[in-house]
Design a protein around this ligand. Structure first.
Ligand code: UDX
Length: 438
């Protein structure tokens, strides 16, 4: 008897594809994953992951072949008899802020001749609104016999908690023209919404724009708080107190209101820039302001650091704690720490960083003279300032006597507001944080 298990093919074994594939396999579906990078597939088949994401390695190992997850280096074999083909290809930001669609278009062109006649093509990659229509037209032209549909199913995963986000989503969005296609994709998510999270069936374009809208809303909260942090500093208030008061209002809520080093990562900056371009003559002045405030925040952080130093930047050694754009990931894309490091290096400073998960500058694509230390205290050796750029747990309660001992000039820039300003000053540090008068 033919198995009734859903047959899924994942195209693209990056962060989204791997989380999606592993979670679907764990729900009992047969999942084949394909990537153009054959070495990546070999590593994955041996349980070695290209990224760090909590819980993902365990999930992949647990679901390797005998449990229905496999990594296949031949596209034809990966697609054979698939009912659902999930496109999880990267759509990075191009040089002028536009979405670079080359990997995606190349993927679609290669899939077209091999796509099973009834398979649904499900798009997880974030795409400019209307691209789903273009892809469907391209497939229909290439394959007049194809009876499937293109469905938009955006991901809302947050790095660091992606597995939990997938397994307990706040909502699932399915954008499709046909009810049968929408039902089929929605049914894949039933094991994950048993606590009642909604599966929202909408038009493809609404699904596409909703992904941008969610990131726009999140980025807006952060820029608003960073702007208020600057104002609090100027007027002698403390942004952390302001945050607790504002967040206690249930209409606003306490999450995602932390002032800091500005937002980074692979989604927020890129999606806002893309949305502005898509808006064309509408311009989206608010989105522009959100990006502008983020840029200023990065500059403010750099100015704060410079002010803490006891010498010109060209003669200074600066320690950085944290390189990733947030804790629990090794992703350094658009990371505030990388911006600061670049700025400092350009000014002639020596920069020595420590990050618990970024253990190779080459692998992270970082160069330009940045140095990596083997530990948090080693990074501080001889430093004239320490900038705490990522709120890893490891940095929350360090041995400050050891830090001070190691440094040549005891000065700390706390870009994530982890420490108590009074306590830091009584320990003998020159100290700056975000949103409270120094
Ligand atoms: C984000 C969205 O949360 C997710 O839903 C979407 O699918 C992809 O983009 P991610 O980029 O993984 O996820 O990280 P997130 O936790 O949202 O943080 C983004 C940036 O905002 C980080 O640089 C973080 O440090 C910063 N941030 C976040 C703040 O500065 N303050 C906050 O209160 C929250």
């Amino acid at each position: 008897m033919e198995s009734s298990t859903a047959r899924i093919t994942i195209i693209g074994c990056g962060y989204v594809g791997l989380v999606t594939g592993a979670c679907f396999a764990d729900a009992g579906y047969r999942v084949r994953c394909y990537d153009v990078d054959a070495a990546r597939l070999r590593n994955l088949a041996a349980g070695r992951l290209p990224i760090f994401e909590p819980g993902l390695a365990e999930l992949v190992s647990r679901n390797l072949p005998q449990k229905g997850l496999s990594f296949v280096d031949e596209m034809g074999r990966a697609l054979e008899d698939a009912q659902f083909v999930f496109l999880c290809l990267p759509t990075p930001q191009g040089e002028n802020g536009e979405t670079d669609l080359r990997a995606l278009q190349d993927g679609v062109a290669r899939i077209a001749p091999l796509l099973p006649k009834e398979a649904l093509l499900v798009i997880k990659s974030t795409l400019p609104v209307g691209q789903g229509d273009a892809i469907e037209a391209q497939l229909r032209a290439a394959r007049p016999d194809w009876e499937g549909e293109v469905v938009s199913n955006p991901e809302f995963l947050t790095e660091g908690t992606a597995v939990a986000d997938f397994q307990k989503p706040a909502r699932v969005v399915v954008g499709a023209a046909g009810a049968a296609a929408a039902d089929a994709v929605a049914s894949l998510y039933e094991p994950f919404v048993r606590t009642g999270s909604p599966i929202l069936r909408v038009s493809r374009r609404s699904a596409e724009i909703a992904k941008y809208a969610a990131n726009y809303a999140l980025a807006t909260r952060i820029s608003m708080m960073n702007e208020l942090a600057a104002l609090s500093e100027k007027l002698g208030a403390n942004i952390d107190d302001v945050r607790r008061i504002v967040g206690a209002d249930s209409r606003i809520g306490p999450r995602y209101l932390f002032a800091g080093a500005g937002f980074g990562g692979s989604c927020l900056p890129k999606d806002l820039a893309s949305l502005r371009l898509q808006a064309g003559s509408l311009k989206l002045p608010m989105a522009s302001a959100v990006l502008e405030v983020n840029e200023s925040q990065r500059e403010r952080i750099a100015r704060k650091l410079r002010a803490l130093l006891d010498r010109p930047l060209k003669d200074a050694r600066v320690a950085l704690w944290g390189l990733s754009f947030k804790p629990e990931t090794d992703d350094v894309r658009e990371a505030p720490a990388v911006y600061l490091a670049d700025y400092l290096l350009k000014q002639g400073a020596r920069v020595v960083a420590f990050d618990p998960k970024v253990d190779s500058l080459d692998r992270a694509g970082l160069g330009g003279g940045l140095e990596l230390a083997t530990g948090a205290y080693a990074a501080c050796e001889g430093a004239h300032a320490l900038a705490v750029m990522t709120e890893w747990n490891l940095f929350r309660k360090p041995d400050f006597a050891r830090v001070r001992e190691a440094m040549s000039n005891p000065a700390v820039l706390d870009a994530r507001n982890l420490y108590d300003p009074e306590a830091m000053r009584s320990l003998g540090f020159a100290y700056e944080c975000v949103g409270a008068r120094g």
